[in-house]
Write a new protein. Structure first.
Length: 219
């Protein structure tokens, strides 16, 4: 088919593709934000918590990091109803991605905090800062500079992993594209267009990371 035919089919499929595009964004943003919050807390506990507090988070991080995202998505989709928790396919997929994101962010935060010399925490105590104050004003600002580049990479991986939600029937960008291809048989054209849309999402995340890096960079 020529270019005009593809543009015509693209116009016909615009609503389905836009819906899939925004579903991908919505799911990815939810997973990244919630996963980052979980990961920050887990990373702090793994670094500074007592043994009894670290153990559950250590099990969570090691278990989830060792499990493929595909399995996590299926597990959330099939196990939640079995446990009496009625959730939609979208919620199950977002939950699986959130758990995966949280486990990776936890290790990123733990590694960044442990890279800071222990003496800085002691110095904070020496000048009268509480642990929370030392964390907020001394440790986290330094750790953030190390966390950001890896966090951007993890966030883009979450966007790419969102394509796995198609296996449980979530009409995200990939599934929407496949449905259009099944009707038009224009495989290459629509897959390239879907790849371009994924690039836009990930590039936006990269730009956000750069802006935050500029704000926290040392003068």
């Amino acid at each position: 088919m020529d270019e005009s035919s593809w543009l015509q089919e693209l116009w016909i499929a615009r609503e389905a593709l836009l819906a899939g595009f925004f579903t991908t964004i919505q799911c990815s943003v939810m997973a990244i934000i919630c996963g980052t919050v979980i990961g920050m807390f887990a990373g702090l506990v793994l670094t500074y918590g007592k043994l009894w507090g670290r153990l559950p988070f250590r099990i969570y991080v090691d278990l989830i990091r060792g499990t493929p995202v595909f399995v996590l998505v299926l597990a959330c989709f099939y196990m939640a109803p079995a446990l009496g928790w009625q959730i939609t396919a979208f919620q199950a997929g977002a939950l699986g991605l959130t758990l995966f994101c949280g486990s990776h962010v936890a290790e990123i935060v733990r590694g960044a905090l442990q890279a800071i010399p222990r003496g800085q925490l002691e110095a904070g105590k020496a000048i009268g800062l509480t642990f929370r104050q030392s964390l907020a004003y001394v440790l986290l600002p330094q750790a953030l500079r190390q966390i950001l580049p890896t966090w951007v990479n993890s966030s883009t991986e979450i966007v790419k992993a969102s394509t796995l939600l198609s296996v449980i029937g979530v009409a995200e960008l990939l599934l929407s594209t496949q449905q259009v291809i099944a009707r038009t048989f224009m495989t290459l054209e629509f897959y390239l267009f879907a790849g371009f849309l994924f690039f836009i999402i990930n590039y936006a995340i990269e730009l956000l990371g750069r802006q935050i890096e500029k704000r926290v960079a040392l003068p």
